[in-house]
Design a binder for this molecule. Sequence first.
Ligand SMILES: [Zn+2]
Ligand SMILES: [Zn+2]
Length: 366
Amino acid sequence: MSTTTRAAVFSTPGAPLALEDLRLADPGPGEVLVRIHASGVCHSDLHVVDGGWPVDGPTVLGHEGAGVVERVGPGVGGLAVGDRVMLSWFAPCRACRRCSAGEAWLCEDTRALENVLPDGSSRLSRPDGTVVAPYLGLGTFSELVVAPRSAVVRAPDDVPFEVAALIGCAVTTGIGAVTNTAEVRPGRSAVVLGCGGVGLATVLGLALVGADPIVAVDLSDERLEVARSLGATVTLRGDDPDLAAHVQRATGGADFVFEAIGSGRTIESAIAMTGRGGAAVLVGMPGAGVQATFDPFVLADQGKRVLGCNYGSSVPDVDFPRIARLYATGRLPLDRLLGDRRPLDQVDGALADLQAAVGLRTVLVP
Ligand SMILES: [Zn+2]
Ligand SMILES: [Zn+2]
C-alpha cells in the first residue's frame, strides 16, 4: 500500500528544486507516517543545493519539520494517530555505546546521514519506480514523511507547528550549544558570529542562562536588531575592520565565542577572539573540504579550547520537550525567530533568501 505526497525534489546542484507527486509507501515496523504542517529552511538544505555537500539526487530536501501523526507502523509505542510531533534529523539507533551513554548526538549507527531510513531504504519513489531519498532520513519539504520512531518526539499542544519545526534543528542546535556543549554559566561573556537561525537561537540560549555581555556579530543590520531584541547587549557589524578590538573591549577576552556560520575564516576569527581559558564553539556546519588554521602555541599557552558542536549536543527525547516547555512558559520567545511563511512551491525563493542572508527563518507550510 502507498499514498501520494507532493514534495520538493533535489536533482543536481545549482538547479531549482522540482515539485513532484511521489509515491510514499506505508510506514514499516518502527516507522511513523507524519503529515507535515511546517518545515524550516536551513543552511544544511542550502549546502546540498549549492553543491557544498555532495548529495546524490533525486532527494527530497528538508529536515526541520513538525506535524501530526497520521499512521504508525507495527511495533511503534508511545505515539498515537493525531499526536502533534517534532522531528529530529538525527534518528539515533538507541543501541550503540554512545546512545547507551545518553549521548544520542554521537550515535555511531544512525543511517540518517546517508539519507536513508534505519533499514537502509527509502519509502519514496517516482511513479516510474525510481527510488527518491529522504534527506537526513526525513525529507520534510513534503506533505507527508515516513520517519523512524526515534526521530519523532511529541510536541505540547501550546507550541505552534512553526515553532515546533524550528526546535527540530536551528533552535535545539543554538540553545544546546550554550547549555549542553559549552555549559555557559551566568555572567560569562559570549560572542556569537553569525545571526541566522542558529546564531539567533544561540543568542536566546545565552540570554536564558544569563551570559553577559552577549555580543552579536552579523553583516545584516536587520538581524542585529533582532539579536538585540532577543538579548544581545552589544551588536557589531562583521565587516567592521576593528571587529576584534571591539570584541576585546566589550568582553575583556571572551569566555565563549560561538561560530554559527561554518566558514573557515570566521572559525579562525572565533579562535583568535576567544580569551584566556575560553572556548571557541563550532556550531555552524562547514561545507565539505573547508579548512581553518590556528596558532597552536597561543591555544596551548592561553589554555583555550575548541569545542565541536553537532545538533547542540542534544538528545531529542530530552532536549526537544525541555525547550518546548521553556517556550510555552514564556522563557524562550522562539516565535521571534520566525520570518516568512511560504507555500511549498516557493522553496527556491526561500533558499535564495537564505543564501543572500535576507530575513529571518523561513518556514514552508505544505
Ligand atoms: Zn538544519
Ligand atoms: Zn546509537
